[in-house]
Design a protein around this ligand. Structure first.
Ligand SMILES: Cc1cc2nc3c(=O)[nH]c(=O)nc-3n(C[C@H](O)[C@H](O)[C@H](O)COP(=O)(O)O)c2cc1C
Length: 328
């Protein structure tokens, strides 16, 4: 997610959940070709498994960008055909490409030719003017024929030219049934569901119908939900407590101290760590008060931690029911 899943957030997410697949922010091939590649593509080795998400419409540029990204060692390359933003539409990529499955297939072919890693596609269930189930099937079949085996399906259409990206994440209604139907009709493909999923129990329910679940906003706004996922989905009883997560982040913040990266760039991703728990508001307040004037950012983090009750700091997810996020 743009402005969200940078390497610092991913490092945090990985501490909480060793097994989830993480995604980069969407990058354009041109940014990779012309930009500061170490800045755009560098990541910590603990972030594996990690998918590099690209958004573009030019097969040659895709080929070039993927080859330039190859030394960084991403585990898969994901093509974004779900983004509805004006800027992306002007570049003729993102969700508007759902109108042109053959072109998406050409992109996937070019991408697969450039890497031996898996190439996956994130898309919507349709766009305005092209939102029938048959058209969705045509899209998936055409793209699958080009060698894509895994589809991350945001279970709502995108309305292009009418709604902002934010509205496009809430206004068009969710249709989980459409994604379930896709899995039934294409059992040989990996179908992953996305959109509006916030709780571990919901994840478990979706997994009865599809192969995987992608969490967007819930994972960012409440990253500790991933501890519940780790426990309930991956069967890992050793998810760290929030206190352990913060302690590891303190080491990480220290490791970046002598670099141009501002501590705010890292610490901002930790603000949601206590979401839905007593002390969350005070934690956020203390961080924003103390961080700008702290000589050592970790002094601010440690002081803010005092605002959180020990029971919250040391709690572990123990069962799916308990791990579920309480509604706010
Ligand atoms: C701030 C923000 C940035 C996003 N950036 C991307 C992106 O770069 N690539 C992408 O595929 N989806 C992006 N999304 C969409 C999410 O991945 C996801 O599809 C959408 O939010 C619906 O899922 P959710 O309800 O779990 O958040 C973004 C969403 C938000 C809120």
């Amino acid at each position: 997610m743009m402005e969200r899943t940078d390497r610092h957030f991913r490092y945090l997410a990985r501490i909480i959940s060793p097994h989830t697949l993480l995604y980069t922010e969407m990058l354009t091939p041109r940014a990779i070709i012309h930009g500061d590649r170490d800045y755009l593509l560098g990541f910590h080795e603990s972030e594996h498994p990690l998918s590099l998400q690209l958004g573009g419409d030019n097969p040659d540029e895709m080929d070039q960008a993927i080859k330039l990204a190859q030394p960084y060692g991403y585990d898969e390359i994901n093509l974004n055909i779900g983004c509805p933003s004006e800027r992306v539409q002007t570049g003729n990529f993102g969700a508007c490409l759902m109108a042109n499955p053959k072109h998406v297939a050409r992109l996937v072919e070019a991408m697969r030719g450039a890497t031996d890693k898996e190439v996956t596609v994130k898309h919507r269930i349709g766009i305005n003017g092209r939102d029938s189930y048959d058209e969705l099937c045509e899209f998936v079949e055409t793209v699958a024929a080009a060698g894509c085996q895994r589809f991350n399906v945001h279970a709502r259409i995108a309305i292009l030219g009418g709604l902002s990206p934010k509205e496009n994440r809430s206004v068009p209604p969710l249709s989980y049934e459409t994604v379930y139907r896709l899995k039934q009709d294409y059992p040989h493909l990996d179908i992953e569901i996305n959109g509006g999923i916030r709780e571990v129990n919901e994840v478990l329910e979706h997994l009865r119908h599809v192969d995987a679940v992608m969490l967007g906003r819930a994972a960012y706004e409440h990253p500790y939900v991933l501890a519940g996922v780790e426990q309930a989905v991956f069967g890992n009883p050793h998810a760290p407590t929030r206190r352990e997560v913060v302690e590891r982040m303190i080491e990480y913040i220290d490791a970046w101290k002598e670099t141009p990266v501002s501590s705010h760039t890292i610490v901002r991703h930790m603000l949601g760590l206590f979401a839905f728990k007593p002390g969350t508001r005070r934690w956020k307040q203390r961080i924003s008060e103390l961080l700008p004037r702290a000589d050592n950012p970790n002094d601010a983090v440690r002081a803010a931690l005092q605002a959180v009750p020990a029971a919250v700091l040391d709690e572990r997810p123990t069962a799916p029911e308990l791990a579920a996020v309480e509604g706010e």
